[in-house]
Design a protein around this ligand. Structure first.
Ligand code: NAP
Ligand code: GDD
Length: 339
């Protein structure tokens, strides 16, 4: 029975990955942070599972990661823990760097010390492309991060490559483009939209306020993307891979699709900070721009080329954009109906 250690197991990706590895017969260990109230986040439904073990640890505490390696004796480590919200990285740049950058070195050092044969996956990100130097972005595209988060993640990316080259460790990075799900945090734009659309349709909210409507993202489903993480650790040699859909859409298009899934047609008016959308059926304003959600520096366009992952890993996505939006909206509709 293989043993895997997942950092960030309570998050969106950590929960889907834990489900996948349990299905595959792994002994799954996850690290979680101590909180003032006990909160298992997205793995609440897995608590009590026979092959799931939780260990208290923190990415900023090297000793706790050494202990996690000793206790799990992991064959594979998936490093998903991060301060993952880009907007917060301007408010907490140092914490973001400690967790998302130095934390990766802490984990790699713990592996090197306890079990250097353990395979390592690093959660790298399309945010490293930032001010994009090429369209679409692939493994060879130069990086140009645009936020403290992107800069910290770029360090994590390079230190992973460096440990692979310096110590011959099986360490690789998945450069994952945006992936969402019913378990996405409500501060991220997709979930903020589907949650608000469901509440507006139910008469529990009047209006949704957003920032940059023109930003373009390559959105997939988390469940598809965690499969790519696992595949990366099953190869003969470690390498880095872009994981994306190869399609990009504006935030405005996501808004339209979410309301459409609830049979609400929108009409758009104005532009920039004055843009808003009304419900065609009754003329009410249901979406408007609030400049407080604009970012100090924006990533305007992300579009990934997943060819290498498709060819070398045999990875394929199963959930398309329409299904992604529909799943998220219907889950929020169901939840809102019980509020
Ligand atoms: P998420 O839902 O925000 O989950 C982040 C996880 O990290 C949570 O379990 C969180 O624990 C944990 N964490 C945060 N700080 C920690 C610390 N100091 N010590 C230990 N654990 C800590 O993020 P996600 O969407 O699943 O993303 C997973 C990873 O992929 C992240 O590294 C993210 O940066 C990266 N990524 C995500 C995307 C995407 O579109 N989703 C794309 C590319 C890369 P708590 O529950 O205690 O907060
Ligand atoms: N969150 C948020 N809230 N974003 C908004 C809003 C709003 O009200 N209005 C417009 N946006 C725009 C943001 O400015 C950004 O251009 C885009 O919507 C997506 O924002 P997020 O959903 O917060 O995600 P992100 O792209 O910044 O970061 C996510 O994807 C990265 C991969 O590219 C996160 O999951 C990162 O952890 C991940 O690395």
């Amino acid at each position: 029975m293989k043993k895997a250690l997942i950092t960030g197991i309570t998050g969106q990706d950590g929960s889907y990955l834990a489900e996948l590895l349990l299905e595959k017969g792994y002994e799954v260990y996850g690290i979680m942070r101590r909180k003032s109230t006990l909160d298992y986040g997205n793995i609440d439904h897995l608590i009590g599972a026979e092959h799931l073990h939780l260990i208290y640890a923190d990415m900023t505490d090297f000793v706790s990661l050494v202990n996690a390696m000793r206790e799990s004796d992991a064959d594979e480590v998936y490093n998903l823990a991060a301060q993952s919200f880009v907007a917060t990285s301007w408010e907490q740049p140092l914490a973001t760097a400690e967790i998302d950058a130095v934390g990766v070195t802490n984990m790699l050092e713990a592996i090197k010390l306890v079990k250097p044969s353990c395979r390592f996956y690093q959660a790298s990100t399309s945010e490293m492309f930032g001010l994009v130097q090429e369209i679409p972005q692939k493994e060879t595209t130069p990086f140009y991060p645009r936020s403290p988060y992107g800069v910290a993640k770029l360090y994590g990316h390079w230190i992973t490559k460096n440990y692979r080259e310096s110590y011959n460790m099986y360490a690789c990075s998945g450069i994952l483009f945006n992936h969402e799900s019913e378990r996405r945090g409500k501060e991220f734009v997709t979930r903020k939209i589907t949650d608000a659309a469901a509440r507006i349709a139910a008469g529990k909210q009047d209006c949704l306020e957003l920032g940059n409507m023109e930003a373009k993202r390559d959105w997939g489903h988390s469940k598809d993307y965690v499969r790519a993480m696992w595949l990366m650790l099953q190869q003969d040699t470690p390498d880095d891979y872009v994981v994306a859909t190869g399609e990009t859409r504006m935030v405005r298009e996501f808004v339209d699709a979410a309301f459409e899934a609830l049979d609400i047609a929108l009409e758009w008016h104005g532009e920039g900070a004055d843009e808003y959308a009304t419900n065609k059926a009754n003329g009410k304003t249901v979406v408007k721009v609030n400049p407080k959600f604009f970012r100090p520096a924006e990533v305007e366009l992300l579009l990934g080329d997943p060819t290498k992952a498709e060819k070398e890993l045999g990875w394929e996505r199963e959930i398309d954009f329409k299904e992604l939006v529909t799943r998220m909206v219907l889950a929020d509709k169901e939840r809102v109906s019980h509020e």
